[in-house]
Design a protein around this ligand. Structure first.
Ligand code: NAG
Ligand code: NAG
Ligand code: NAG
Ligand code: NAG
Ligand code: NAG
Ligand code: NAG
Ligand code: NAG
Length: 418
């Protein structure tokens, strides 16, 4: 299975992807609709079933405020009903949808019989941390997914059941994180904490590595100044956009050999070690909107490189590609370098090292002050196969074509579309 199909599989199996952090920023138009899919629509998000399916007597118990579709009797839909209290959840229910209500508390009484629960969606409510009864979730020994995004939580809830696999806590006001919160959560694969108020000091004591199956951690839009400590070697997706991280410790990623996507745009990086991203599985690297002056070693696996809005004056191909292995070319296909300080396009020597590059977006460059300028080629595109490319290169055909075509192909921004 190729890297891309792996990536595809994973991004589908993850209901939430690291796309979320672009939701409210001005680049939305370039990332287009894909970015709005904060939580891709999936089957169970169908609140109005009751109006489309002819009504008949329900064979099984269901809270009177809610709807349990006869065709999916293990699911209980209680979303968008102005509920203030979680109804009592019957014993056979496996999925309960309580999103978009005015729920302020999670009390033990609602869950006394709910021993089969696998999935709870409590997103878009008004739950504060102290209104969650202690241990209410921990007792649900089959719980796999817990959605608490867009509430008023101040703290990562704990204790949680050790069966938990996905914990979604984005868009709260979380500034407290007890080291006990991750204890024993060996099955967690996805932890989303984007859009909270986390600082370095809260993460320092967290043994993330005890979550030894963790594949994705989202910490975008927090207040971190340094890289999160102690991440487990299982990690494949790391989202840290829009924090205030100013450096990456030496060999930081050596402990994360499986990393496939790293998103660190909107931080304060001034420099990174030349070999910082020497990672054999890295496919996507986003370092846009930092203060980098220099490029770095590009691992062979990398396909998409985003370094827009930095302070790069020259793209030093020797730094990106110290040596060429003609039997084992780099996979790089897309580079975004607009809003830097480039005065010339990347040297054509780059295409020996990166023969699969299909598009380079130069856009506008900032020369001095706020002055914008454009290279003669705002977008470099190539639709040829590597073999065709080599021939064209010999005939000097490949430079600066499509120079008027400024629209960007959305596909190049979205590795998950392939
Ligand atoms: C729990 O289930 C028992 C037995 O079915 C029932 O008598 C009781 O009312 C239920 N409790 C709640 C809070 O729903
Ligand atoms: C939970 O609710 C949110 C808000 O409506 C929705 O976007 C999301 O798809 C739901 N997720 C799951 C897994 O039910
Ligand atoms: C963790 O996941 C594995 C594999 O899916 C499963 O066999 C195991 O029972 C889970 N552990 C808990 C505590 O649910
Ligand atoms: C970064 O986060 C701040 C709040 O912490 C928010 O106001 C701002 O819009 C975010 N910027 C981006 C580009 O997401
Ligand atoms: C990358 O790491 C490998 C070992 O994992 C090493 O042999 C190679 O020299 C490194 N490359 C760079 C540019 O640091
Ligand atoms: C590019 O980087 C190499 C290796 O660090 C260095 O020797 C060379 O002088 C650099 N070239 C430019 C134009 O900065
Ligand atoms: C290509 O390079 C990677 C690491 O850079 C290595 O793991 C792989 O074995 C190489 N493949 C061939 C055919 O040389």
């Amino acid at each position: 299975m190729g890297i891309l199909s792996q990536l595809l599989t994973i991004s589908f199996s993850f209901g939430i992807t690291v796309f979320c952090q672009y939701e409210d920023n001005s680049f939305e138009y370039e990332y287009e609709s894909e970015m709005d899919n904060e939580y891709p629509p999936i089957f169970h998000n169908i609140p109005n079933l009751e109006y489309t399916i002819p009504y008949f007597t329900l064979p099984v118990e269901c809270a009177k405020e809610c709807f349990c579709p006869p065709t999916f009797p293990a699911s209980m839909y209680c979303d968008q009903r102005n509920l203030q209290i979680i109804p009592s959840i019957p014993a056979h229910i496996q999925q309960v949808y309580l999103q978009h209500n005015n729920i302020e508390a999670v009390s033990v009484e609602s869950f006394v019989n709910a021993t089969s629960l696998k999935e709870i969606n409590l997103s878009h409510n008004k739950i504060k941390s102290h209104m969650i009864d202690t241990g209410v979730f921990a007792k649900l020994s089959n719980l796999v997914q817990l959605h608490l995004e867009r509430n008023l939580l101040e703290e990562v809830p704990f204790p949680l059941p050790i069966s938990l696999e996905r914990l979604i806590l984005g868009f709260n006001q979380i500034s407290r994180f007890s080291s006990k919160a991750v204890e024993g959560l060996i099955n967690v694969t996805m932890l989303d904490l984007c859009n909270n108020h986390l600082e370095d000091s809260q993460l320092r004591r967290i043994r993330f590595s005890s979550m030894r199956n963790l594949m994705q951690i989202n910490l975008c839009n927090n207040r971190l100044q340094s890289m999160p400590p102690d991440l487990p070697p299982s990690l494949m997706y790391l989202s840290l956009e829009n924090n205030s991280i100013s450096s990456i410790p030496d060999n930081y990623f050596q402990k994360l050999p499986k990393l496939m996507a790293l998103r660190m745009s909107y931080n304060n990086l001034h420099e990174v070690a030349h070999n910082a991203f020497n990672l054999s599985n890295l496919v996507e690297l986003n370092l846009g909107h930092n203060n980098l002056k220099q490029l770095f070693y590009i691992p062979r696996s990398l396909q998409h490189l985003y370094i827009e809005d930095n302070d790069i004056e020259v793209i030093n191909v020797t730094l990106m590609c110290p040596s060429i292995d003609p039997l084992n070319f780099s996979h790089l296909t897309y580079i975004r370098v607009d809003q830097n300080k480039l005065t010339a396009p990347i040297s054509t020597y780059a295409f020996f090292c990166f023969p699969h590059v299909r598009s380079i977006y130069y856009g506008e460059q900032k020369i001095r002050g706020n002055q914008q300028t454009q290279l003669r080629t705002p977008v470099f595109r190539r639709y040829l196969t590597p073999e065709e490319y080599d021939e064209a290169e010999d005939d000097h055909e490949t430079q600066e074509h499509d120079s008027d075509q400024r629209e960007m192909d959305d596909d190049y921004f979205n590795p998950y579309l392939y």
